[in-house]
Design a protein around this ligand. Structure first.
Ligand code: CTP
Length: 130
C-alpha cells in the first residue's frame, strides 16, 4: 500500500513527525509532497523559514519516509495521487472534509493534529524572545 501526504513542514516540529509516523503505519511506502517556496507564499502569505531544498532534505532523511517530491501546485493533487499510485491520502484534520472528493482515486484519511504546536506558533514564540 502506498500512502501519500502533503505539507510545508517548515521549522520541523513534533506535530509533523507524529502525522508522518502515523501515515507510514498505514502502508508500506510513505510518499511526501513538500510545498514549494512559491506555493507556500501563495498558500500562507509568507515565505517559509527553511527553503524548499532544506525542507526536502529534512523530510527525506526521516526513517518513516520513503520518497519526497516538491508540490508545485495545489491543483495537481489528483495528478500526484495517480503518478505515485497512492492508495491512501493522509492529511491533518485541519483539512477535514476538504479532500473528500479524491475518494474516487484513493482512500482519504484525516488524523487529528497534535495539540498546541504549529510552525506559526513557534515563529511567534521565537519573535518574543528578547
Ligand atoms: N500537523 C499536525 N499537527 C500539528 C501541526 C501540523 O498533525 N500540530 C500536520 C498538518 O495537519 C499537515 C502536516 O502536519 O497534515 C503539515 O502541516 P504544516 O502546515 O506544514 O504545519 P503547521 O505547523 O500547521 O504549519 P503552519 O503553522 O505554518 O500552518
Amino acid at each position: 500500500m502506498n500512502i501519500i501526504t502533503f505539507g510545508t513542514f517548515d521549522v520541523f516540529h513534533v506535530g509533523h513527525i507524529h502525522i508522518l509516523e502515523r501515515a507510514a503505519e498505514l502502508g508500506d511506502k510513505l510518499i511526501v509532497g513538500v510545498s514549494s517556496d512559491k506555493l507556500n507564499i501563495a498558500k500562507k502569505g509568507r515565505a517559509p523559514v527553511y527553503c524548499e531544498e532544506d525542507r526536502l532534505k529534512i523530510i527525506s532523511s526521516l526513517k518513516c519516509v520513503d520518497e519526497v517530491f516538491v508540490e508545485n501546485s495545489l491543483e495537481l493533487k489528483a495528478q500526484y495521487i495517480k503518478d505515485f499510485n497512492a492508495d491512501v491520502l493522509v492529511m491533518g484534520n485541519d483539512w477535514s472534509g476538504k479532500f473528500d472528493h479524491f475518494s474516487d482515486l484513493c482512500q482519504v484519511v484525516y488524523f487529528p493534529r497534535t495539540p498546541s504546536i504549529s510552525t506559526t506558533e513557534i515563529i511567534e514564540v521565537v519573535k518574543r524572545i528578547k
